[in-house]
Design a protein. Structure first.
Lengths: 307, 338
């Protein structure tokens, strides 16, 4: 049984790798870089037919890579701060009656399907942002390159943050509970106020759990496909920080959401191989994430608290 | 700054100590430094804010659901039509979700429990155990969209052709309830494995020793002593797995062929459905949202409401199981994710 699981993982890497190979073969690793127009390249792939020439494989997927990095980094950074603060709130500050409500509520937040988040995003938040937050002068300022509808970076990051925060809270809370109370009491006895004591002693003691939560949340954010495909505006456009505030409203696309957007083109060999190449990048980065998490946790292990 | 310009501080007070707090008095936030007060306020805001967001989502979906959900929608099949009155309800997606859950759980329960038993009770050689554990970790960290593409690659092999429907030209599409369901079992596997393994590791050693002392073999110990004592852990794991399967969209969109109605393949009744294509509640919501093909927000809201009710019920079940074990105080959400 256990071997079956391992076999499935190996098969997954092998199959995705095999299907992705043509893209790597024709482009090397350069396809991760900038240049070219992604949407015309993909149109070429679709038009190339069942025996695509080598030129059809040409790809510059930088907007997708950039969009993935942008959404993930922003969402994880916000979620890290919010989840540490609210974990402290739940475990240390909240009165017992409030805690009894907060824990199941956050568990519920963790299990809301991503398509429901996407639905709320596309039917509530996107129109709100499009109608009330974006001024017409802002729309006019970039009208030559891209149309602002409200779907874009801001909404994507907000929803992604709400989606991954509960996951981090779950892990952090579990570790917070396991820290012995006497440590914190010792710090208070030394003259720290209770909040400082929590921040200085307890939070430091649970660093391995925070790293684990970071890894898990980043993996979730990287791989989120359906929600982002619904609320990000789905244009292969790289938001430009040089546009000032408008940057927040510009549409984008991530690797995972692009797979959903183009999945109907899978039967065209060139595009199919491209989609598998994106999936391979996701798989590889998820793998590297857990390796990185393990390596970071090694020196922190000494302080680890076991519940 | 030189030492001489500094103001002499009273020797009785250490520098930085709050001035007025007397001995033995509890420190009140009002005497704290501004930074600390801000941090305290931020913690309250973050915690309460999240609760408010969750409440807003549930209330909003409830409001929309009650507004748009009609009993007729639940029991009529989706149909092609020009106006919203003709396109029917979502009986097929509900059945599709049920079918996918069934296939996924039936496949993942033996896998998950078997792997957990082996890890917790045997686990030799150690390197193999470590590989198995980390491969389950990898499965947990893999995005569902990648798992979906993997499933597509596998089921397009001619070896698996009997499991999915074929195009008229004989090409294998690799899309069917079996394909989607078996990939769903990968999604449900990690929570199931983790819950069972943690339960087994928590069984005290003296229970095993008592069983051996009574002359039971290892297998008999597992069957008669260990499995019954981790029954509630397995139930938690299964429930978490079910809620994962119900909530997953990417696998359905890619592997179930995006037909709203259940379309059986071949003439044999039961197997035909399994080989055929269809939809689930999640893909129905996706298709009916403005991002999908048939934009009908009312129906998307109604279906999403049904989805939320299912998720709420599953959450309540997990809670109930946890409470009957007596660990309601500690938030054990982690099993849901890791």
């Amino acid at each position: 049984m256990s071997l079956l699981v391992t076999a499935a993982v190996v098969a997954m890497v092998v199959f995705v790798g095999i299907h992705a190979w043509p893209t790597f073969e024709h482009n090397g690793l350069r396809w991760l870089g900038p240049g070219g127009n992604l949407e015309t390249q993909i149109a070429n792939m679709q038009a190339a037919g069942p025996q695509p020439p080598a030129s059809a494989y040409h790809l510059d997927a930088w907007p997708l890579v950039y969009g993935t990095i942008l959404t993930t980094v922003f969402a994880v950074a916000f979620a890290l701060v919010i989840s540490i603060l609210s974990s402290i709130f739940i475990i240390e500050l909240a009165p017992a009656s409030l805690r009894r409500v907060a824990v199941p509520v956050i568990r519920l937040l963790a299990s809301v399907p991503s398509v429901v988040y996407g639905l709320i995003g596309i039917l509530v938040l996107v129109p709100f942002v499009g109608n009330h937050l974006i001024t017409s002068s802002e729309k006019a300022s970039v009208q030559n390159t891209v149309e602002l509808t409200g779907a874009g970076l801001l909404v994507t990051v907000v929803i992604l943050t709400v989606m991954i925060t509960p996951i981090m809270i779950a892990l952090i809370c579990e570790a917070l509970v396991a820290v012995p109370t006497s440590w914190r009491e010792g710090a208070i006895a030394l003259g720290l106020n209770p909040l400082r004591a929590v921040l200085a002693v307890t939070v430091k003691a649970i660093r391995p759990a925070i790293v684990a939560a970071l890894v898990l949340a980043t993996a979730r954010a990287l791989g989120e496909a359906i929600m982002i495909s619904m609320v990000s505006g789905s244009r292969s456009f790289a938001p430009r920080p040089s546009d000032g505030l408008v940057f927040l409203f510009e549409p984008l696309r991530t690797l995972a959401s692009a797979i959903v957007d183009y999945h109907e083109g899978l039967s065209a060999p060139a595009l199919g191989s491209t989609l598998y190449a994106w999936a391979f990048v996701l798989l590889f980065s998820a793998f590297m994430l857990s390796v990185a998490g393990y390596l970071i946790k090694l020196p922190l292990r000494r302080y680890q608290v076991r519940g | 700054m030189s030492v001489f310009t500094r103001q002499p501080t009273p020797a009785t007070l250490p520098p930085g100590a709050p001035k007025k707090s007397g001995r033995g008095r509890r420190s009140s936030p009002l005497t704290w430094r501004w930074g600390d007060r801000l941090a305290l306020a931020a913690a309250w805001i973050a915690g309460l804010g999240l609760c408010l967001i969750a409440a807003a989502i549930v209330l909003y979906m409830g409001y929309r659901g009650i507004q748009y959900l009609r009993p007729g929608l639940l029991f009529s099949r989706p149909a092609p039509g020009l106006s919203q009155n003709q396109t029917g309800g979502f009986l097929d997606p509900i059945l599709g979700t049920a079918l996918l859950t069934l296939i996924g759980i039936v496949l993942s329960v033996p896998l998950g429990i078997g792997a957990a038993l082996w890890i917790a009770e045997y686990g030799r050689p150690t390197w193999l155990a470590r590989i198995v554990e980390s491969s389950i970790e990898i499965v947990a960290g893999t995005p569902d969209i990648v798992i979906a593409l993997f499933g597509l690659a596998i089921f397009q092999l001619s070896l698996f052709a009997p499991f999915s429907f074929r195009a008229s030209g004989g090409g294998v599409f690799g899309r069917s309830y079996i394909a989607a369901g078996s990939m769903m079992s990968l999604i449900a596997l990690p929570p199931l494995f983790t819950a069972t393994r943690d339960g087994l590791l928590a069984v005290p050693a003296h229970m095993r020793e008592a069983s051996y002392a009574l002359g039971k073999t290892r297998i008999a110990t597992i069957r008669r002593v260990l499995l019954p004592s981790v029954r509630s852990n397995i139930a938690t794991g299964v429930t978490l797995g079910v809620s994962r399967i119900i909530g997953d969209t990417a696998i359905v969109v890619l592997l179930l062929g995006d037909t709203l109605r259940i379309e059986p393949q071949g003439s044999v009744a039961g197997i035909g459905v399994l080989r055929g294509t269809g939809s689930s509640l999640t893909s129905y919501v996706y298709d009916n949202s403005p991002a999908g093909e048939s934009a009908a927000p009312q129906k998307a809201y109604a279906a999403a409401f049904v989805l939320m009710v299912l998720v709420l019920v599953l959450n309540l079940i997990v809670e109930r199981i946890g409470r009957s074990r007596g660990d309601a105080e500690v938030p054990t959400v982690a099993g849901a994710i890791a």
